[in-house]
Design a protein around this ligand. Structure first.
Ligand SMILES: NC(=O)c1ccc[n+]([C@@H]2O[C@H](COP(=O)([O-])OP(=O)(O)OC[C@H]3O[C@@H](n4cnc5c(N)ncnc54)[C@H](OP(=O)(O)O)[C@@H]3O)[C@@H](O)[C@H]2O)c1
Length: 342
């Protein structure tokens, strides 16, 4: 497969730097897939205390995500792009500021503004902290790929009609669809958890400043029961009283022990959640597939594959987790990541 418009190889030394880094990316993709298939990264619902300890001391989860995503995806990316732009020979063919390159750069930045800043600030995480090793493990690939994307975009001269070509147009459409799915799915989880906390009558719902103890197990249980009041007669529950249709769970049988995961988690319903366990990962995958098409470079393709190496194992682990914790209540036909397939 050729990427004919990526002219990195015209610049002395850069080609081999990129070949070496891309080879390393290939190893990283295989290693990430392999390790995460064996063992889920211990954050969120998979953060078992023993495993988490092995990943180092805890740091605030919001800060951790900002460090692992916003620093590389926004700050480092912009610095590398500007540095390359400054280093390129003046009046050379690469040094001109090209709107198409800036649009493609903005696609990356837009994602990281969301993932690196907005998402950590608004999500009501179940835990206040994350192990420092998780932050470092997340930051490393973000640094690597942000460097490669920024360098490649700074050194690529796209044909004048690039924006009118089907590859770019289809890529942008996919990027937009994937972005919309990803944000919708994330926000649906957020709304569901906030609804649970709100009905618990405790917790810092409005500001989402987040706290593990935002809803105590017993109060959250009560909250969930109240969300289940409106059983539609088919074992499914309608809208929560807050008006959110997010929390629609089937009733549980009998009393649950304190600390039940159901106090923090619900079965999401509606839209793509009827088809897959993790539409947020599916959306991000489509987003990066579109980005790879529009950018048409090895780094963008490698980044999409790297996403796949995380989304496949983690969505399978999420799906298994849902089945273990919600049993028959969890829709048996719901796939993990790709509707009707995986
Ligand atoms: N490009 C990449 O390599 C990459 C890798 C990972 C993630 N991401 C992106 O980062 C974002 C977040 O990823 P993630 O792995 O944290 O996603 P996630 O596991 O779906 O969790 C997202 C948030 O929703 C909460 N949540 C999830 N399911 C829930 C449920 N059933 N009931 C109540 N709350 C629920 C989680 O709670 P907890 O606080 O308990 O976890 C967490 O706060 C997504 O947009 C994803 O696409 C990208």
């Amino acid at each position: 497969m050729m990427f004919p418009h990526c002219d990195v190889h015209d610049l002395d030394g850069l080609l081999w730097t990129h070949v070496a880094l891309l080879s390393f990316c290939a190893i990283l993709i295989v290693a990430s897939l392999n390790s995460q298939l064996k063992d889920a990264a211990p954050y969120g619902r998979h953060a078992e205390p023993e495993k988490t300890k092995a990943w180092g001391f805890p740091i605030p989860q919001r800060v951790g995500h900002i460090i692992s995503d916003a620093l590389p995806g926004i700050l480092f990316l912009t610095m590398v792009y500007l540095l390359y732009a400054a280093l390129l020979p003046p009046n050379g063919k690469f040094s001109e500021v090209r709107p198409i390159n800036l649009v493609l750069l903005a696609g990356w930045l837009l994602h990281y503004l969301y993932r690196g800043i907005l998402h950590p600030l608004i999500m009501p995480y179940s835990s206040k902290t994350v192990a420092v090793g998780i932050t470092v493990a997340g930051m490393f690939p973000n640094l690597l790929f942000s460097y490669l994307i920024a360098a490649q975009l700074a050194c690529t001269v796209y044909p004048d009609d690039w924006a009118a070509r089907p590859r770019f147009i289809i890529g942008v459409i996919l990027y937009a669809i994937g972005t919309a799915i990803n944000r919708w799915a994330d926000l649906k989880l957020r709304a569901g958890r906030l609804a649970m906390r709100k009905h618990a009558g405790q917790g810092k719902v409005a500001g989402c400043t987040g706290s593990t103890a935002a809803a105590t197990p017993s109060s959250a249980s009560t909250a969930r029961e109240s969300l289940l009041d409106a059983d539609d007669g088919e074992g499914r529950v309608g809208e929560s009283r807050s008006g959110s249709e997010v929390v629609r769970n089937t009733p549980t049988q009998g009393p649950r022990p304190r600390g039940d995961v159901r106090d923090q988690y619900f079965i999401p319903h509606g839209g793509l959640y009827e088809l897959v366990s993790c539409p947020n990962y599916l959306g991000e995958l489509i987003e990066w597939a579109g980005y790879a098409l529009a950018v048409w470079s090895w780094p963008a393709l490698a980044w999409m594959l790297f996403g796949l190496s995380t989304f496949i194992p983690r969505s399978l682990t999420h799906q298994r987790w849902y089945r273990e914790h919600f049993g028959n209540e969890y829709p048996a036909k719901r796939k993990a990541l790709i509707p009707f397939i995986l």
